[in-house]
Design a protein around this ligand. Structure first.
Ligand code: HEC
Ligand code: HEC
Ligand code: HEC
Length: 410
């Protein structure tokens, strides 16, 4: 008996030693690397492609790569990435030859966007998107935009901040997440008149609605989206700019817990304005996209209507601590979820810490908040608050915005 116990102890000790060495190895060697075959590709930069690429970048790349201070794609801290993945910055993808991707070939960019493998062979973890199923023309358009004279991609001499991946990220990238295959055949552009097919392409291949709106990133099937657990049923726990949990909505056609009672007009209005039919502002990371046309939104609606209804009541997301509100202005800032995009400091995904300087009187500042498109352009993701925020709320709210600016610029 004693002998058996001794053998058992030795065996357990051995296993622990092996596991420990494997863990140490993974932690030291970091993310997996793969071969990078040479992809023969030279994308012709046409105005149509640049325009299409700019739209795609507005909806995808800029949310992560645009720095709110430089206003260029020079990289940004992934503040809304759960801390257990590490301390991660997106990268400088402007045309700078060494700090950006100015010296990458078109083939190298396409290979990364399709498979997730970078030029140096290192795997880009799930926090960098992959586009394995979009039409070739979309990939070409993104590349054309990255090569264009758009001010957001002009060579910027800004250093990258190297990522500090956690052990969890490293192990997940070796065990769970694998690169996609580079497509062997050309992928054609879907027929924009076939609402089902076109809506499916937008939501599952290009914009990734299903990713956020399914149950969990860990149980999402990115090869066969419809096999994802809780497909469109919501409840995926994301974190906002203040590291508070925000659950995604159930957008299946379930009448009780999803959006089964919404008309197409309700859906389009919500996606355009950022306010749902109950008048509730949609909080970060759910953003309005001015680049989606009525036809795009109508197709998205038609497709989402065909998804199986799931009865799933998503928990309420509590995004601030009301008890700690110090001033009337802070209360109003929270009431309308301004902090969800701007962060508690004013410098989150979007930055309002310069508003104090740019808009010298509260009358102007009020007008900016009410009609931001007039100041920031048609494609801004800032919501139009005219008719939502009460007149008497503006004075304290504007004062609070100024306070944040003063604190930040001190
Ligand atoms: C959800 C956030 C997110 C989105 C959306 C996103 N990226 Fe990234 N991207 C990242 C992060 C984070 C990294 C750094 C990955 C790393 O360090 O391993 C990265 C890395 C890259 C790199 C590699 C640069 C280098 O120096 O190795 C390129 C190129 C790139 N992204 C281009 C794009 C383009 C083009 C788009 C839009 C089609 C896009 N990204 C969308 C977060 C994102
Ligand atoms: C980055 C993650 C993310 C992506 C991508 C995303 N959503 Fe959302 N969506 C959310 C979150 C989080 C909420 C909840 C917002 C809230 O509670 O304020 C939400 C809310 C919504 C709502 C409001 C539902 C309601 O009952 O008020 C609709 C509609 C919606 N999303 C549709 C879409 C569509 C269509 C797409 C693709 C074009 C999409 N979303 C892409 C995260 C995302
Ligand atoms: C859905 C996200 C979102 C929400 C919610 C939001 N904003 Fe914004 N806001 C933005 C974006 C994006 C910008 C544009 C930033 C830029 O262009 O640099 C912006 C810009 C601004 C600006 C102008 C900043 C400048 O430098 O010109 C002010 C002021 C502002 N927001 C105030 C508010 C207030 C007050 C609230 C709450 C009532 C609010 N925002 C809610 C996204 C949001």
């Amino acid at each position: 008996m004693k002998k058996f116990l001794k053998y058992l102890l030795i065996a357990v000790g051995g296993i622990i030693l092996i596991l420990g060495s494997v863990a140490l190895y993974i932690n030291m060697s970091g993310l997996p690397t793969y071969d990078t075959p040479k992809i023969d590709l030279k994308v012709e930069v046409t105005p149509q492609r640049v325009e299409r690429g700019r739209k795609i970048a507005n909806m995808l790349c800029r949310n992560c790569h645009q720095n709110p201070i430089t206003k260029q794609l020079t990289g940004n801290l992934m503040v809304d990435l759960p801390k257990e993945f590490g301390d991660i910055h997106s990268r400088n993808i402007t045309q700078h030859p060494t700090k950006g991707i100015g010296s990458w070939t078109d083939g190298e960019i396409a290979y990364l966007l399709r498979t997730g493998i970078r030029r140096n062979g290192r795997y880009a973890p799930p926090y960098m998107i992959k586009l394995p199923r979009v039409p070739d023309e979309d990939i070409y358009s993104i590349i054309a935009y990255l090569r264009s004279d758009d001010p957001t991609v002009k060579a910027a001499d800004v250093d990258n901040i190297e990522p500090k991946e956690s052990f969890l990220t490293k192990i997940l990238c070796r065990v769970v997440f694998k690169p996609f295959e580079y497509p062997q055949q050309k992928i054609a552009v879907p027929d924009t008149n076939n609402k089902y097919e076109y809506g499916k392409y937008l939501s599952n291949d290009l914009l990734g609605c299903y990713e956020c709106h399914s149950a969990d990133f860990k149980t999402m099937d990115d090869h066969f989206p419809e096999k994802s657990e809780g497909y469109f049923g919501g409840g995926n726990a994301m974190v906002d700019y203040n590291q508070r949990i925000i659950y995604t909505s159930n957008i299946t056609p379930d009448k009780a817990t999803g959006i089964g009672n919404w008309t197409e007009a309700d859906f389009i209005r919500t996606m355009r304005t950022g306010f749902n039919p109950q008048g509730k502002p949609l909080r970060y990371p759910m953003l309005t996209e001015a680049d989606l046309t009525d036809n795009d939104l109508s197709a998205l609606y038609a497709f989402i209507k065909t998804v199986p209804a799931i009865n799933h009541q998503v928990p309420t997301s509590v995004l601030f601590d009301a008890a700690s509100d110090k001033t009337e202005g802070q209360k109003i800032f929270h009431k309308y979820s301004c902090q969800s995009c701007h962060g508690e400091s004013g410098a989150g995904f979007a930055n309002l810490t310069q508003a104090n300087i740019k808009y010298p009187t509260n009358d102007i500042l009020k007008d900016v908040i009410q009609h931001p498109k007039n100041y920031l352009g048609e494609s801004t993701k800032m919501l139009t608050w005219a008719g939502v925020i009460k007149d008497e709320e503006f004075e304290p709210l504007c004062n609070y915005v100024r306070e944040l600016g003063k604190k930040y610029n001190k």
